[in-house]
Design a protein around this ligand. Sequence first.
Ligand code: F3S
Ligand code: F3S
Length: 108
Amino acid sequence: MTYVIAEPCVDLLDRACIDECPVDCIYEGSRMLYIHPDECVDCGACEPVCPVEAIYYEDDVPQQWASYSSVNADFFATLGSPGGASRVGPVPQDPAQIVAMPKVEHED
Ligand code: F3S
Ligand code: F3S
């Protein structure tokens, strides 16, 4: 299993979650961040620090965001399993579902 980042992260990218992950498995795309499903160790440390509650254990992803399990996994289709986000840095791409979304405005 894994934790999953869902829609509230899109166009916000708060990045507070990155500092909490002991295995550096939260990767930055263009419009949101993604958790590597095979590298995540299910520690749960990232989930409470997200200010917009974008992070869920895979079994607990709200129904309206169920597709985000696949969205997170799809981000790694070409990256594979790099074994650490900090060595990869931001990757200027997103899965098709995210690319297709209209820009999301967030309040400051
Ligand atoms: Fe996104 Fe929340 Fe992390 S907005 S970058 S999942 S802290
Ligand atoms: Fe990392 Fe633990 Fe979250 S392994 S992605 S901080 S659940």
